[in-house]
Design a protein around this ligand. Structure first.
Ligand code: ATP
Length: 673
């Protein structure tokens, strides 16, 4: 029996709650959270009527220690189901255990909310409550990690070192794959990950569910496109010209695709011609289909063997992306386009029971989608052979090749059996490509690769209306609340820099009766997926997120992005705001700029705003000028690597800028998010 077999038939999918809408953040009826903090269940959260200590605590308290929320009762507690919970059972610990975590942080001088987090135990299975995980995340710095507090069931959760940290692939990628496996599968010390995601939809209507292109979709055609490299094939103008086989073509139509976007018009023929490609196009402009369609088409026209069970699978294509949610989304797209064909895509990512994952792979796998850690693991276990591999795709390629992931990418391409770059087709896609990463990326590509730039490399999507508001650290929460009153039930993503802040802000908003959920790397996978599900469905129209949700996620109806904390890099900003304004739809991004901490970002921010024809506040311009001096700073000039770095010196180089100091929250908490 293989070691992975020791994990038997998957136990879990998303549990059904004893009380519908039981999540604290459901914003609706019956929520134990809501009912515990708010007698007036039906009241509109927009009214923001509650005053739960946070208002009082907003200056220098809350996140800076001292107070914040009090008396927060939740449904966490006595009846958590540790079996359901890959992270052990921290959430089944009675309230006191959780508070131990907070207490621990408090003792470090940052424990804003020592919250008396009393369990009301309304949530029957006590496992998917956003609140719990919120506290779990923070708890890793405190009691949770150290096994402090709690007893009985709780002790198990604590004993494993505090909540499953495996929320973020990136954490593992730092040479800690075994840690992942340990946490994941009992291969090394640590509890097994038993979580098995719910099966993907089978019904055709769900498989092909899509949102409408927006009013600016046709304006994509006006974007300047630059293809550099020799002998680039001619662009196609229609999907018919792509020569897709009937089933693929049918699936494209069912997906609501009428005409290709520029990255598809150029990317599809390049890939079909067998060329390596580094492609850059703005967020939300259809990069996923640009690589999936030609790959699937080629596999089908070559008569790829319908995959069937085998102890070792030999996929023809591997697609890598930096986060679990993104790779799952790509998998669902691949599954959609391959619907009714013999091509079988499979997805592997952390936080899910490995035995289940391997069984899925062994059922047959033509297109393997994965996050780096899990991919390397499954290849290392000998379950995936690479001899038939023809395509290697790096989505969010600049992220995949930056310091966090580059070692894993190098490991991947040097895995036994991996065809040399001359023997495979390597495709890279992103909306941003820092120059140094472009140069590094060339290592993975054939020398004659093509570089496709749709619009300005690294530029923000011009369908997103950008607003920058000057704030001080302590007025942010009030401002956020004000803002959310205007957005109402429209989907809003609120980005913060640290996992701890994500918990804190989500908690704050819930106390203010804003139905909010959160996603970050310390949340268990099931919780992450539930959070996204609740956000997608509109049950929780506000999602507080760290950078783990910044890239690639394609969620319908996201009208607003709020940068509660500015990110530390401008590329990150571009990706974050790109969660709205997708596929020709318009969106709005509001960013809180705190001059104390965000000044290093000012100059590149001015450029991004100017590049997307957005209004640049004069105070921001002043900060940008005074911070760096006026020499050589021309925000309205040519400001980005407008094209292929191989062209050398074709763009204006900027002197390196100091990194933004993350003063708003302890950077050490964040690690790789
Ligand atoms: N030709 C098309 N016609 C209609 N809809 C499309 C077309 N191409 C893509 N879409 C839809 O547009 C949305 C955005 O596409 P996608 O997620 O591939 O963008 P992206 O460029 O990869 O964005 P990001 O940079 O954020 O990863 C998806 O919902 C996708 O199904």
């Amino acid at each position: 029996m293989d070691e992975w077999d020791e994990v038997q038939t998957p136990v879990v999918s998303i549990p059904s709650f004893g009380n519908s809408g039981s999540s604290w953040n459901s914003g609706g009826q019956q929520s134990s959270f809501k009912s515990s903090i708010n007698d007036n269940e039906g009241s509109s959260w927009k009214s923001g009527s509650g005053d739960f200590g946070l208002r009082g605590g907003k200056r220098g308290r809350g996140s800076r220690g001292g107070g914040g929320f009090k008396s927060f009762n939740s449904g966490i507690g006595e009846n958590g189901n540790s079996e359901d919970n890959e992270g052990g059972s921290w959430n089944s610990v009675g309230g006191n255990g959780g508070f131990g975590g907070r207490g621990g942080r408090g003792s470090r001088g940052r424990g804003g909310y020592r919250t008396s987090f009393n369990s009301e135990t309304e949530n029957e299975n006590g496992s998917d409550d956003g609140f719990k995980s919120g506290f779990g995340g923070s708890g890793r710095r405190g009691g949770f990690r150290r096994g402090g507090g709690g007893g009985g069931e709780g002790a198990r959760g604590f004993g494993r070192g505090g909540g499953y940290r495996g929320g973020n692939e990136e954490v593992f990628s730092r040479g800690s794959m075994m840690e992942q496996e340990g946490n994941g599968d009992g291969v090394t010390a640590g509890p097994k990950v038993v979580y098995v995601p719910p099966p993907p939809p089978e019904e055709e209507s769900s498989v092909f569910a899509h949102y409408e292109t927006g009013i600016n979709f046709d304006k994509y055609d006006d974007i300047l496109v630059d293809v550099s490299g020799s002998n680039s094939p001619k662009a196609i103008m229609t999907f018919e010209e792509a020569g897709l086989c009937e089933s693929l073509s049918r699936n494209v139509t069912k997906s609501g695709y009428v005409k290709p976007t520029p990255v598809q018009k150029h990317g599809i023929p390049i890939i079909s011609a067998g060329r390596d490609l580094m492609a850059c196009a703005q967020t939300g402009s259809g990069k996923t289909a640009a690589f999936l369609l030609p790959i699937l088409q080629q596999l089908m026209s070559d008569g790829v063997a319908a995959s069937k069970f085998s102890e070792v699978q030999e996929p023809e294509a591997i697609i890598v992306a930096p986060t679990r949610e993104l790779i799952n989304q790509i998998y669902l797209e691949a599954r959609k386009f391959a619907y009714g064909t013999c091509v079988r895509p499979v997805v592997v990512y952390g936080g899910i029971n490995t035995g289940y994952t391997i069984r899925e792979v062994l059922k047959g796998c033509n297109v393997l989608c994965g996050t780096p850690g899990r991919l390397l693991d499954i290849i290392g276990r000998g379950k995936v052979g690479l001899s038939k591999l023809r395509y290697l795709v790096l989505d969010e390629a600049d992220r995949m090749l930056d310091m966090g992931f580059e070692p894993d990418m190098r490991k991947l391409v040097s895995s036994p059996g991996m065809p040399a770059k001359e023997e495979r087709q390597t495709l890279m896609f992103s909306a941003t490509y820092p120059e140094d990463i472009q140069r590094l990326a060339a290592d993975f590509l054939k020398t004659d690769y093509l570089f496709l730039a749709v619009g300005v490399v690294g530029g923000a999507c011009s369908d997103v209306e950008q607003h920058i508001i000057q704030v001080d650290q302590y007025s942010k929460r009030e401002q956020l609340l004000e803002l959310l009153k205007t957005t109402g039930t429209e989907r809003t993503m609120v980005f913060v820099e640290t996992k701890r802040s994500a918990d804190f802000i989500a908690t704050f908003l819930c106390q203010e009766k804003v139905p909010t959920t959160s996603i970050h790397g310390d949340r268990e996978q099931r919780e992450r997926e539930k959070a996204l599900g609740d956000f997608r469905s509109g049950q929780c129209p506000v999602l507080v997120a760290t950078s783990v949700a910044a890239r690639g996620l394609d969620i319908e109806h996201v009208q607003h992005v709020v940068n509660f904390d500015m990110p530390s890099s401008i590329d990150e900003y571009v990706h974050r705001i790109g969660r709205t304004g997708r596929c020709g739809n318009t969106g709005r991004a509001v960013s809180f700029f705190n001059p104390e901490s965000d000044t290093p970002l000012a100059r590149s921010l001015v450029k991004v705003l100017a590049g997307a024809q957005q209004e640049v506040p004069s105070w921001l311009e002043e900060i940008a000028f005074s911070a760096h001096g006026t020499t050589g700073f021309n925000p309205y000039g040519k400001v980005f690597a407008s094209t292929d770095t191989r062209k050398g010196g074709s763009f204006q180089k900027e002197p390196p800028q100091p990194a933004v100091q993350n003063t708003s929250a302890a950077a050490d908490d964040e690690e790789w998010e």
